[in-house]
Design a protein around this ligand. Structure first.
Ligand code: AHR
Length: 346
């Protein structure tokens, strides 16, 4: 029998900042699985797609009661949300953590309450990995390494000397798995190939901050910049606006500023097709059905993997580089087409 949420907690659409989706005002039926989802925020198109995937999966029709909390990119809000989920005796806690550290105490509280915690998308860095049941997400370090190998292959194919490659890194939220992995992948490329890292600053995964950061870097060293490595699509949109407003051109040709990005959202791939983004490396947000599969296994008493990575692709504006290698594995680089964009769900 599933734990029941106290019905009084379900009588309003918003309870302590949480929305109950979709059966507001009704106590969960005995066979309904109650899931509390602490989401990072709504900082990017990727995040919106991720929220939508989770909400449409954990629906009443599918046998779930979802308590959704948007933490507005603040860890303290996530800690409060998790404690509320524990109080409400949910069956599962899903956590998309804003940053990796700072979770030991609250996850111990969830463990003490005998609630399974599933970590989604970004990782947690805890001293005891029994504090969560499983993690599903993307390999951000591999994403960064793939992007760096592509840059090396691209500049080599264009006959550009590594010492003439001047890079700006607009980082994601500092301390998040996506930032740590993508920044490290680039930094390894800098060490391996001898590129110049002109500036490294967080754009917090948002378009507004990406634009602001780019504007200020352009003021200091606009003429020197060859490559802008944006750690997600929304930062890339902001950076492109700033670059064009400052009178520079974006693209992969000589004299242009080459923009790299991550996520491969519909809008990101549209900018790739137009050549504004030269490489977009995928980070897939559609985790809802994957998490549901995990919960079904746990409900059936089956073992689940402690960690599961999602396969992801790379899309380029042209076919200068068609494949790259990371750690002896080959990865295809697909030249973007309108058909691919039309088939993109987010
Ligand atoms: O953790 C996934 C990252 O977070 C995505 O790349 C980004 O768009 C989001 O905000």
């Amino acid at each position: 029998m599933k734990k029941k949420i106290v019905s009084a907690l379900l009588t309003a659409t918003m309870v302590c900042g949480m929305s109950v989706v979709p059966a507001v005002g009704v106590a969960a039926a005995d066979d309904t699985i109650t899931v509390g989802f602490s989401q990072v925020g709504a900082e990017s198109d990727w995040r919106t797609a991720n929220t939508e995937s989770m909400k449409s999966t954990f629906s009443e029709e599918n046998g779930y009661e979802l308590i959704f909390d948007d933490a507005q990119q603040k860890q303290e809000n996530q800690l409060t949300a998790i404690r509320n989920f524990i109080q409400q005796e949910v069956d599962y806690i899903l956590l998309a953590p804003v940053t990796e550290t700072g979770w030991d105490t609250v996850l111990q509280e969830a463990k003490d309450a005998d609630i399974s915690v599933i970590i989604v998308a970004r990782m947690v860095d805890v001293s005891d990995d029994s504090l969560y049941t499983t993690w599903i997400g993307t390999d951000s370090l591999l994403e960064g390494r793939k992007a760096a190998e592509w840059l090396n292959a691209y500049t080599t194919a264009k006959g550009i000397d590594a010492k003439d490659v001047n890079i700006v890194d607009i980082q994601g939220t500092i301390g998040s798995t996506a930032q740590i992995g993508r920044s490290k992948g680039l930094e390894e490329g800098v060490d391996n190939y001898g590129w110049n890292l002109l500036a490294q600053q967080s754009g917090e995964f948002t378009q507004a901050k990406g634009q602001e950061v780019m504007e200020s870097i352009l003021k200091q060293s606009g003429d020197d910049i060859d490559v802008v490595y944006c750690e997600n699509d929304n930062e890339a949109f902001g950076a492109i606006d700033a670059i064009e407003a400052a009178g520079y051109e974006v693209g992969g040709e000589e004299g242009q500023i080459l923009v790299m990005s991550f996520d491969t959202t519909n809008a990101g791939l549209t900018d790739t097709l137009s050549g504004k983004i030269t490489l977009d490396t995928e980070c897939n947000p559609l985790h809802g059905p994957r998490v549901q599969e995990i919960i079904e296994k746990l409900e059936a008493g089956e073992e689940v993997d402690k960690q599961a990575y999602v396969d992801e692709e790379m899309f380029a504006a042209d076919d200068t580089v068609t494949s790259i290698k990371v750690d002896d594995a080959d990865y295809e680089v697909t030249t973007i087409t309108q058909d691919i964009i039309d088939g993109r769900a987010y």
